[in-house]
Design a protein around this ligand. Sequence first.
Ligand code: GLN
Length: 620
Amino acid sequence: MNDLPVWQLVSAQMKYILVTGGVISGIGKGIIASSIGTILKSSGLRVTAIKIDPYINIDAGTFSPYEHGEVFVLADGGEVDLDLGNYERFLDINLFQDNNITTGKIYQHVINKERQGDYLGKTVQVVPHITDAIQDWVVKQAKVPVDADGDEPQVCVIELGGTIGDIEGMPFVEAFRQFQFRVTRENFCNIHVSLVPQQPGSTGEQKTKPTQNSVRELRGLGLSPDLVVCRSVTQLEQCVREKISMFCHVGPEQVLCVHDVSSLYRVPLMLEEQGVVRYFKHRLHLPIEESPRRLLVRWKEMADRYDRLLKKCSIALVGKYIKLSDSYASVIKALEHAALSINHKLDLKCIDSEDLETTTERDDPVKYHEAWQKLCSVDGILVPGGFGVRGSEGKIMAISWARKMKKPYLGICLGMQLAVVEFARSELGWTDANSTEFDANTKHPVVIDMPEHNPGKMGGTMRLGKRRTVFKTKDSILRKLYNNKDSIEERHRHRYEVKVDVVPHLEKKGFRFVGHDVEGNRMEIVELEDHPYFVGVQFHPEFTSRPMHPSPPYLGLLLATAGKMTAYLQRGCRLSPRYGPPSLPAAPISPSLPLVPTLPCQQLKIFDALVAFKPEAGLA
Ligand code: GLN
């Protein structure tokens, strides 16, 4: 980090928007923060984002997906909180690992400086040394270009994880209390996202007390909210808005409502409708027009189209962390993007791969038969990335089913490695073929450790981040889906790889490795001949999927599943004009935001968070 005093680092124009949370976590603070960024970006500003996770881990790399959901991987190899994925998707930007600050990173930085004698014998303390380090980090990182044009951002949205009052979050709150004076009032504001609980059912009264208490707590720590964004099940009643305004010492126009809606695409529209742009323009002296509506047309079009979808596409997600859908957040979003781009509603069936195994048939035949019934009924199958032997045989069975029944299949990372295992076992007769991750002593190790693998050490020891894949042949389906590019760049996160010696044996049987790394040593893409769509990729294309630019391997899966692949290829790999976002400018946004009842995956719903809420999880 740069060690200049903060006041010398502060850029005159940079506007900082701190988003804090109250009452409970998991109510969509990240989506609201991303949506604020989206609106400002639609107003013509360059926007970046920083996510603060007050836990002590250095990064998310060692997390179990059951703890915090998926580990999101950035282009620079950073293993970060999944909220960074929301920022990248909403804002269409590429962030860096330093855009995710943790207590661990800050302490590591300060302790390293102390060891180097940088503090000149002083006692190193939380205030000022930790709080200064936090501010320096934010100021430095906010300036790093994240857009394709490479220009310095003008607005930095900072999301503070957890809720106000958490012990771990205190040094960060104190840092921002100081920060507001250093950067001055016209460059800093605070949005507080709170919960307005309500009994299920339309007559339930909306309760303001939790919001009052959390704003009081925030004020007690020296931060005053500029906007109080209330998460609620239904629209905030006017009297509730007025009550929050009165008790939280903000004007009624500073109380915003984000109620449950049919899709996340509606959130930026909903906030914009409530005058967010006008508010920021005056509060932060932003050089923008008051109405970015025309530029939000694409979001409006997407949200409307999403609500109108009639045709369904059923995809089985066969994994082992399916109890928490956040474990596969980016995979599910990438499937949603692809489905929406061909005007289909994603009908996602999550299957626990262990339930497909014969041991389950013995112990719990009902579970076993239900899992197989689900698998048999879907149109397409996806096996995502994963680690550890548990459930791997069930995944292999699902892959075998997809291959033999000619069901469209996409294997991501482990899903590709296990496709290799399955093919070697069934088509080469190597019945004990396996990955050395699962059987170190197999006679047929078809997937093996990579040199980068550093056994015994955790965190940052995998092949991580953006790497180039070169297409070996012109007649690859994936190459076509990637617009006939000779090479592509996608993000990786793995320790094991396909053993090069087995490649000729597999290729002889029609299992073609059509993409490899620049050196030609690492197998990156596999495609099966004589199958509608059987594709495995060693990388994770879901991390770069965007609502308006679906990831090509995912698009391929959905096109094949919906029976539209041939037409798509004949049209020169263009979506039908009836599909996809319209070109700008288009019709203005209508002021009404119809509420459409529940849809899977992408809806913004509060009640799940409330049901899942356990008071002791408040610090997480
Ligand atoms: N466990 C496998 C490996 O380390 C696959 C990893 C993954 O799917 N992300 O290579």
